[in-house]
Design a protein around this ligand. Structure first.
Ligand code: ADE
Length: 231
């Protein structure tokens, strides 16, 4: 890996990495600030995509075309969908699906993009393994591999989160991963999404999100930092 693209959606999710990048150079494209620098002898391009799938897609394509990254990592927080997960636990993406893609009226399954070769965007096996190794050094919390469900919705109801688990077998839900994943697959660039749980996507999600996002962002950052050292 020569150049690693690292994305977070919000300030909290990129701040710790930003503090660690040396020799930074900033470029603004499409209103997104890209920070190029070094960490542990590796070339990193760090950016805050903004929230949602469109922001994440634009950001990922720019990382690939303009900054020539050959690997994409995503660090951030998510709502737990798998009921066995607790706040602070880590999900490593095996694959990502857009849960709000819904053409069921025309007979397509939930999450299926009509006429596309695939709608389940698989993460790179080598990066998954690296993430697992990084997680094995974790002192608190659990880590699991699973499906990351993305949609332009902050999920905050018991019914919705139950439905996502039962119909789409997601481990967690957030608002960018599957857009990053789709753009990476379209460009044949390896990726993995690392998310720490800030909430359980239920009726308390908005309160928990506010309370735990900083702490969960730290957990995710620690994993990604260890991964970069091993890349
Ligand atoms: N990111 C963190 N928690 C989330 C939730 N409950 N829904 C969507 N995105 C999230």
């Amino acid at each position: 890996y020569n150049k690693i693209g690292l994305i977070g959606a919000m300030d909290e999710e990129i701040r710790l990495m930003l503090n660690q990048l040396s020799g930074q150079e900033q470029t603004v494209k499409a209103g997104i600030v890209f920070y190029e620098g070094d960490l542990d002898g590796k070339r990193i391009v760090l950016c805050k995509s903004g929230v949602g799938k469109v922001n994440a897609a634009v950001c990922t394509q720019l990382l690939i075309d303009t900054f020539d990254v050959d690997t994409v990592l995503f660090t951030g927080v998510a709502g737990a969908v798998d009921p066995s997960l607790n706040i602070g636990d880590i999900v490593i993406s095996t694959a990502c699906i857009q849960h709000d893609m819904d053409v069921t009226a025309l007979g397509f399954e939930r999450g299926v993009i009509p006429y596309a070769a695939t709608s389940t965007f698989e993460a790179d096996p080598g990066l998954i393994r690296l993430a697992e190794e990084a997680c094995s050094a974790m002192t608190e919390g659990r880590s699991v591999k699973g499906i990351v469900l993305s949609g332009d919705q902050f999920v905050a109801s018991r019914e919705k989160v139950k439905e996502l688990f039962e119909t789409m077998q997601g481990a967690c839900t957030e608002m960018e991963g599957a857009a990053v994943a789709q753009v990476c697959v379209m460009n044949e660039v390896p990726f993995v999404i690392i998310r720490s749980m800030s909430d359980k996507a239920d009726g308390s999600a908005h309160v928990n999100f506010a309370e735990f996002t900083v702490k969960a962002s730290e957990q995710s950052h620690l994993i990604v930092e260890r991964m970069i050292k091993q890349l």
